[in-house]
Design a protein around this ligand. Structure first.
Ligand code: GDD
Ligand code: MN
Length: 354
């Protein structure tokens, strides 16, 4: 039988939580459900309100944690207590419309593994956000998507989503800060994701807990996720292959010129192409082994990707030296770094794409 567990993290939501729970109760009437509120011992005693409601209704449960441990970890603790096979996460402050939950649950029943309430697909909106908050949000999403090609959704940092229990079962979730969905999208066991648009309303009561510290925690969280999901290792492998390629390049240049007596510029061109081929083989069969791309297709794209990176390298060398008066060796070093990053991004997102 299907059971839905709604997990709601709270911190100083005394004015909201009672009303939200009664709204949920009327919306979820026809479902088998439980509501799990995870409160971090809020100074405004949010837990008291929930405790009283829980006494009268066995579908309402409270986890009261002592010592503020954060939004994302609160959700993980909620999951641990949850009995449902469908898990829903939402905020307590009415910025997430409860009316959307039946539709999200329906889509999970239709077969989607994860359903996300999304502000960034067509039809989605954000009310009342400052320009700065919008930039921070888009920056957070951009960073996540560029570093984790596995993530294909627009709103990967939404706090409103539903998922099948299997997605996170047996997965070690260890998130930091606010972005529990990001943790699930990187580590979870899922195939299909659906985004449903919604309007992220302005907060009426209470205030946002987002602070500079949370933004900093986001960056630390991303770095931690890169380590845990082996994306760092991938970048290291890619760099190591490039390093080996330098020796192939120089070796071929030397042998063709010295032993075969070929004009050095011709040897140079052959050396470049052979080192690209060499790097490709390593990257195809090692760095991006898990991606299962078509060999020839990847090969062509990787060649192009190297060409584009070379152009970027030269452009940076030229611009920094010519227009900024920087010593040309330093300009070149910066150019090499830019070229490397461009090549990595193009390889990761295009030539050897997921
Ligand atoms: N238990 C617990 N512990 N709950 C917390 C904590 C905490 O440390 N911090 C915040 N919460 C609860 C709040 O009480 C609220 O129910 C929910 O988590 C969201 O917190 P807000 O403070 O309202 O965050 P926001 O509106 O700025 O951010 C929301 O939107 C972001 C999208 O940009 C959240 O949904 C984020 O998860 C989401 O990424
Ligand atoms: Mn909020």
């Amino acid at each position: 039988m299907v059971k839905v567990s709604i997990v709601i993290p709270t911190y100083n939501e005394r004015e909201n939580i009672g009303k939200l729970i009664s709204t949920l109760k009327s919306i979820l009437e026809n479902l088998n459900y439980e509501i799990i509120v995870v409160d971090d011992n809020s100074p405004d005693k949010t837990y008291e309100v929930v405790e009283n409601l829980a006494k009268k209704d066995k579908n309402i449960k409270l986890i009261r944690r002592i010592g503020k441990k954060g939004l994302a970890s609160a959700v993980v603790d909620g999951f641990k207590k949850a009995e449902g096979n469908i898990l829903v996460v939402m905020d307590a402050d009415f910025q997430h419309p409860p009316e959307l939950i039946p539709k999200m649950v329906e889509e999970i029943k239709n077969g989607y593994d994860i359903v996300i309430g999304s502000r960034y697909v067509k039809g989605g909106k954000i009310e009342d956000w400052s320009f700065l908050r919008k930039i921070i949000s888009l920056g957070a999403i951009f960073l996540a998507r560029i570093l984790f090609p596995k993530i294909k959704v627009k709103d990967c940092v939404s706090g409103f989503f539903a998922l099948k229990r299997e997605v996170i079962e047996e997965k070690e979730l260890n998130p930091l800060g606010f972005k529990i969905l990001l943790e699930i999208l990187v580590k979870g066991n899922y195939k299909t994701v659906k985004e449903i648009p919604f309007t992220f309303k302005g907060r009426i009561k209470g205030k946002s807990n987002l602070s500079k510290k949370i933004i900093f925690e986001y960056v630390v969280h991303i770095v931690k996720l890169m380590r845990e999901s082996k994306e760092f290792l991938r970048m290291l492998k890619f760099g190591f292959v490039g390093f080996l390629g330098i020796f192939v390049n120089i070796g071929v240049l030397y042998i063709l010129t010295e032993i075969f007596g070929i004009y050095y510029l011709i040897s140079g061109i052959i050396a470049v192409e052979l080192s690209i081929l060499h790097n490709f083989l390593w990257n195809y069969f090692w760095t991006f082994k898990d991606r299962n791309n078509k060999f020839l297709n990847s090969l062509c794209k990787y060649n192009l990707s190297c060409l584009i990176s070379m152009v970027i390298n030269i452009l940076v060398l030229y611009t920094l030296t010519q227009y900024f008066g920087i010593y040309y060796i330093i300009s070149d070093l910066i150019g090499i770094i830019c070229g490397f990053l461009a090549n990595y991004l193009l390889s990761n997102h295009w030539a050897f794409k997921e």
